[in-house]
Design a protein around this ligand. Structure first.
Ligand code: HEC
Length: 154
């Protein structure tokens, strides 16, 4: 390898770090005027695959007791890879996640990551950007719901 090649390699690696998962503005933003439907067609196919659908989740006022429990789970099982800011660690930061993702999608990323990586284009995009497969954290549905509640406060 001559110096030119090395410089090119360094530049390339640098651009990877910058684009990988970073803010993700271009890829993650819902286009203006597009409202995400409560019951996207994928929700039905999802139910068949054992995924959580919009009908399984009720969001009310923020429940502080649930937030506390969700935060504890986050501290133990998620913090190594996810920050509560916009910054990526290994996976995307969680700030504002409930504004850019549907609750059932978030729940399925927590509880059914393998099915999601197989069938969901957004999950696959995340893998492409982060270059790491999110490992299944074996949360119960209840724990997942508590983490979702915690996310709603970010
Ligand atoms: C070993 C690192 C690691 C751990 C630990 C981890 N994750 Fe992840 N997570 C990732 C990676 C990498 C991605 C992006 C992969 C993808 O989208 O396919 C991701 C993506 C996600 C997403 C989708 C985020 C988005 O905006 O696209 C959610 C939600 C999520 N993780 C929840 C959790 C929860 C909840 C925990 C803890 C119970 C957890 N993760 C623990 C690595 C991790």
């Amino acid at each position: 390898m001559n110096t030119k090649h090395i410089a090119a390699a360094v530049l390339f690696a640098g651009s990877l770090v910058i684009t990988a998962c970073g803010g993700g503005e271009e890829t993650r933003k819902v286009p203006e005027g597009v409202k995400m439907p409560e019951n996207a067609p994928s929700a039905e196919g999802g139910a068949a695959a054992g995924l959580i659908t919009a009908a399984d989740i009720t969001l009310g006022e923020i429940d502080n007791a649930m937030v506390e429990k969700g935060k504890t789970t986050y501290d133990v099982k998620c913090q190594a890879c996810h920050s509560t800011s916009e910054n990526r660690v290994v996976g995307p930061g969680w700030k504002g996640i409930t504004q850019r993702r549907k609750p059932e999608w978030i729940m399925n990323m927590m509880l059914n990551i393998d099915v999601m990586l197989e069938s969901d284009p957004e999950a696959q995009k995340g893998l492409e950007q982060c270059l790491v497969r999110m490992p299944n954290q074996n949360l119960s549905k209840e724990e997942g719901r508590q983490v979702l509640e915690f996310m709603r406060t970010l």
